[in-house]
Design a protein around this ligand. Structure first.
Ligand SMILES: Nc1ncnc2c1ncn2[C@@H]1O[C@H](COP(=O)(O)OS(=O)(=O)O)[C@@H](OP(=O)(O)O)[C@H]1O
Length: 296
């Protein structure tokens, strides 16, 4: 009896310094906090659903000089250890990173105030990708519907309030984005926008190439643009999460590679919801110079 109930239940989030996080991440916090960064680490930082997988594939394609076969060596989630990953008895993200040869590419959704200190001290490189709040809300909503390890989002109108109050995994979008934006000139941070990547992928990928101190020739750059398109990544089992068991990601509810567009929020927000969102947005983003576009 009890087992049946356990299987069907979504685990609630835990909290750390007011930021909701998966309970296993909080339980493993000692290990995460004590993580030893290295000066040649590259850290991909994002708020959830902002283009993490996309930028990971771009970075890997650049590192492999456009060699598609080499990027097929493992699923995207196994190529770059996720710092907060903790699912005993599997090796945690920290343990995976420790085993990895340098130079390492790591990934995290942590807000600046929770990032382990060694990252700031070693002054390694950070690649931050931000996505406009409205599309992020929509993408996160569908992700929570299908991700059996996160709380059930409930109906859309309820989820919108949960998102606005920051009671979702990794906390408030507003605080996350503002936090990373504020430190972007103090550290080696390349700050990118999902919407710019959509509008002009070639230009944005060139920025990444330069930031990584690499050189790629024209045809290779064109191949990277092509192979990291939404359509290609949606069809690629190494990037589309189709190899993740259905008990974790149920893609019959919503695919991981869902739409990959700018402006899908218009298919979800009512006029009233949009007005309320904008009002809260204005208040929470007051005083910051960061600017997003919500349609192309
Ligand atoms: N190549 C490419 N082009 C455009 N858009 C892309 C691409 N790859 C992933 N995506 C879209 O990014 C959303 C998933 O974000 P993340 O990868 O950050 O998700 S996660 O936090 O790691 O779970 C999710 O957005 P939505 O489709 O709006 O839900 C993905 O479809």
């Amino acid at each position: 009896m009890a087992l049946t109930t356990e299987v069907g239940r979504r685990p609630p989030l835990s909290e750390l310094e007011g930021v909701p996080l998966p309970a296993a991440t909080v339980d493993n916090w000692g290990q995460i906090q004590g993580f030893e960064a290295k000066p040649d680490d590259l850290v991909i930082c994002t708020y959830p659903k902002s283009g993490t997988t996309w930028i990971q594939e771009i970075v890997d394609m650049i590192e492999q000089n456009g060699d598609v076969e080499k990027c097929q060596r493992a699923t995207i989630q196994h190529r770059h250890p996720f710092l907060e990953w903790a699912r005993p008895p599997q090796p945690s993200g920290v343990e995976q990173a420790r085993e990895m040869p340098s130079p390492r590419v790591l990934r995290t959704h942590l807000p600046t105030q929770l990032l382990p200190r060694s990252f700031w001290e070693t002054r390694c490189k950070f690649l931050y990708v931000a996505r406009n709040a409205k599309d992020c809300t929509v993408s996160y909503y569908h992700f929570q519907r299908m991700n059996q390890t996160l709380p059930d989002p409930g109906p859309w109108e309820e989820y919108l309030e949960t998102f606005l109050s920051g009671k979702v995994g990794w906390g408030s979008w507003f605080e996350h984005v503002k936090g990373w934006w504020e430190v972007r000139h103090r550290y080696q941070i390349l700050f990118l926008f999902y919407e710019d990547l959509k509008r002009d992928p070639k230009r944005e990928i060139q920025k990444v190439v330069q930031f990584l101190g690499k050189r790629v020739d024209g045809p290779v750059l064109d191949r990277i643009v092509q192979e990291t398109s939404f359509e290609k990544m949606k069809a690629n089992p190494m990037t589309n999460r189709s190899l993740v068991p259905k008990s974790i990601l149920d893609q019959s509810i919503s695919p991981f590679m869902r739409k990959g567009t700018v402006g899908d929020w218009k298919n979800h927000f009512t006029v009233a919801q949009n007005e309320r969102f904008e009002e809260i947005y204005r208040r929470k983003m007051e005083g910051t110079s960061i600017c997003f576009c919500t349609e192309l």
